[in-house]
Design a protein around this ligand. Structure first.
Ligand SMILES: [Zn+2]
Ligand SMILES: [Zn+2]
Length: 379
């Protein structure tokens, strides 16, 4: 496939200042960095493409050759080693890139990265269901999980006790090999991870029998995670270095605990507020009463005033969910629902009939129907 124009790759003009070259590359590198896009070969390709463009456009001599002759103008430079972009997919830390990057920009000389070392262990994603009560209080949970742990027999190195890992014969310990190919424009050199040692620079000739040279074994364990109050679905708690151990002494991955809020049968959550629906009788609505209302912080007494209409909402301050960032606490909203009795007893029927008669007389004397008064109340 034909190479894209380097200026186009970085999204800059032909006359872009070095500062612009740097800042465009920085943006792309942040976006496509393999640590942020695991197992995404498109992102990796984009990352390498941007790195290559930056490599050329940040170097005055290469840039001038490229400006005059295009990609063909750079081919001759490859004999001495070609592009030195590294296989960042094995970089253990995102900051690594910027250490290298600023080293390049401000330090002048290019640093060679050397072997990438054993890869990092996997991150483990765990889903944790929490009740609204647990979310309100904050909670400590024990989680059982299976993960790879460092092998105790070989101390994670993968070599049988008494032996040591060898420098890789294929790459001489560098971790990278060059491949030379001929293209229409001439010789092209690409640098890739060494196929023998996978970029680690070392091989194990006498593997540990406990772990078959992996340096790690399966393990079942229980970890404790402290969940702060106020979390919600989609939040996650990272536990650094508690995931799978990396092979042959590589750094451990993380455990990511994803919060899943269980649906509550009494409350509906809305941000840090909770909504509670309180059914009351017609007579309670008319006369008013002192209601006992459940909240996430225990029962509270609450005055329902006389002549309360259905749908009216009362606010119980500070009875909601604490803000996850520590900025205050939500409220409980109490929505009153007036309940119409069903299956009346004869006594109730008689009393309601009497009440209805009184309403009629009042309507006649005031010249206003019951319906008029209801419409007034709800308007
Ligand atoms: Zn072992
Ligand atoms: Zn090698």
């Amino acid at each position: 496939m034909a190479k894209r124009d380097y200026y186009e790759v970085l999204g800059i003009e032909k006359n872009a200042e070095p500062d612009q070259v740097k800042s465009s590359y920085r943006k792309l590198a942040l976006k496509y960095h393999p640590d942020r896009n695991p197992d995404d070969s498109d992102a990796e390709a984009a990352f390498k493409e941007a790195s290559e463009a930056y490599e050329v456009l940040s170097d005055a001599e290469k840039r001038s050759n490229y400006d005059r002759f295009g990609h063909a103008g750079l081919e001759g430079n490859f004999g001495s080693g070609g592009f030195q972009w590294s296989d960042f997919s094995h970089a253990t830390d995102f900051d690594d890139l910027f250490g290298d990057f600023f080293g390049n920009v401000f330090g002048g000389g290019r640093r060679s990265r050397g072997p990438s070392g054993p890869p990092k262990g996997r991150d483990l994603r765990i889903s944790l269901k929490l009740s609204l009560e647990e979310i309100t209080e904050g909670v400590e949970k024990k989680i059982s999980l299976q993960r790879m742990k460092s092998c105790e027999v070989c101390d994670g190195g993968g070599a049988a006790p008494g032996s040591t890992p060898q420098t890789c014969q294929t790459c001489g310990g560098v971790g990278q090999v060059q491949q030379v190919s001929r293209s229409f424009f001439g010789q092209q050199v690409t640098v890739g991870a060494c196929p023998t040692c996978h970029g680690e620079g070392r091989t194990v000739s006498d593997p540990c029998r406990e772990c078959a040279g992996e340096g790690r074994v399966r393990d079942k364990t229980t970890i404790t995670v402290r969940i702060p109050a106020g979390v919600s679905t989609g939040n996650y708690i990272p536990l650094r270095g508690q995931g799978d151990a990396g092979p042959r002494g590589g750094p451990a991955g993380d455990v990511l605990v994803f919060i899943e809020e269980e649906e509550h049968d009494t409350y509906t959550r809305e941000g840090n507020d909770v909504i509670f629906r309180l059914p009351i009788s017609i007579s309670q609505a008319a006369l008013g009463y002192e209601a006992q209302v459940p909240t996430l912080h225990g029962d509270v007494k609450m005055k329902i005033p006389e002549a309360t209409q259905t749908g009216r909402v009362f606010r119980l301050r500070g009875k909601g969910i604490p803000d996850v960032d520590g900025r205050g606490i939500g409220d409980q909203l109490v929505e009153v629902l007036v309940w119409t009795p069903t299956q009346l007893t004869s006594e109730e029927r008689r009393l309601f009939a009497e009440l209805d008669e009184i309403h009629q007389q009042r309507a006649d004397s005031e010249g206003k129907s019951f319906l008029d008064r209801m419409l007034e109340a709800f308007s």
